[in-house]
Design a binder for this molecule. Structure first.
Ligand SMILES: CC(=O)N[C@H](C=O)[C@@H](O)[C@H](O)[C@H](O)CO
Ligand SMILES: CC(=O)C(=O)O
Length: 290
């Protein structure tokens, strides 16, 4: 992975013609959108194998999320991901018994990373779901000594001060910072994020690519226009009730590929949601034909 390229990561982000050259196609499997934490170990392995198989010659990277509450399970998944040729593994913070500080979190991550000693390791920071608010900037201190495979962070938080301090500290540009709050990606790019991982790229990927192109030019007014489209859609659906179940419904009607029902406690999006979300997305995607 070239440090300067902008990456778009997404659960079903298949490469399509017309993708800007600076965009690499990367798949993150068994994460939030894929409900990885609601699957059993066998299902997670099966899905990881299938993505590696299907992604061959199509995706630049397939990163498998192997985080779990049980350390041995997570280690088993890390070994499995290494054995099937994953190009990276990612781990969220444990979220029932939570680490109280950076040292406890690092110790947990280290025990997983060391099971896949040849595989680049990413910390998946998503405090809104894990409740673990340890600042990444703190976590990075000395991380490479503890976890030699440490490659970067999937940063799914709105705390741009924390992100900025991570980037400020990363003078040798050894780490990748992949931003995960899609509606704020432009701000994160401005502060120096070098990639993105997100669910909306499954259905607003083209608009996001256009935003990246405008940002690279730079044409910030145009970049903002595209960023606001993602915001407009999310702002609309959030009022209807929006989460992973609804994301799957949107991905289904956009791609035509049935994503299947979510697993309890998530419940299927309502028909009413689907009709309204589809009309809104159509109004956003089609006016100018791109
Ligand atoms: C909590 C969550 O699902 N975060 C996703 C990635 O991490 C994002 O892609 C969001 O779905 C997106 O930014 C919409 O809020
Ligand atoms: C979007 C993403 O990275 C996830 O589903 O975990």
């Amino acid at each position: 992975m070239s440090k300067s390229s902008v990456l778009i990561f997404g659960k079903t982000n298949a490469c399509r013609p017309g993708l800007s050259k600076c965009v690499r196609c990367v798949e993150t499997v068994n994460g939030t959108t894929g409900e990885g934490l609601s699957l059993n170990i066998q299902e997670r392995k099966q899905l990881a194998e299938e993505w590696i198989h299907q992604g061959k010659d199509k995706l630049d990277h397939v990163i498998i999320h192997v985080g779990a509450l049980s350390l041995p399970e997570s280690q088993e998944l890390a070994r499995h991901a290494a054995a099937i040729g994953a190009s990276g593994i990612a781990v969220i913070a444990p979220f029932f018994f939570r680490p109280a500080n950076k040292d406890e979190l690092t110790a947990f991550l280290q025990k997983i990373a060391s099971e896949a000693p040849e595989v680049p390791f990413y910390y998946y920071h998503i405090p809104s779901l894990t409740g673990v608010k340890i600042r990444v900037e703190e976590l990075l201190d000395g991380i490479k000594e503890q976890i030699p495979t440490f490659q970067g962070v999937k940063f799914s938080d709105t705390d741009l001060l924390d992100l900025a301090q991570c980037i400020n500290k990363n003078e040798r540009e050894q780490f990748a910072f992949l931003y995960g709050v899609d509606e704020q990606l432009l701000s994160a790019l401005a502060i120096g994020a070098n990639g993105a991982v997100g669910s909306t790229y499954n259905y607003l990927g083209r608009k996001t690519n256009l935003m990246l192109q405008a940002f690279a030019k730079p044409d910030l007014a145009l970049a903002r226009k595209y960023q606001f489209l993602t915001g407009e859609f999310l702002n609309f659906v959030i009022k209807l009730g929006f989460g992973v179940a609804q994301t799957k419904a949107v991905m289904t009607f956009v791609s035509g590929i049935p994503m299947g029902p979510p697993r309890l406690p998530l419940v299927d999006a309502s028909e009413e949601f689907i009709i309204k979300a589809k009309a809104k997305l159509d109004s956003i995607i089609w006016p100018d034909g791109d």
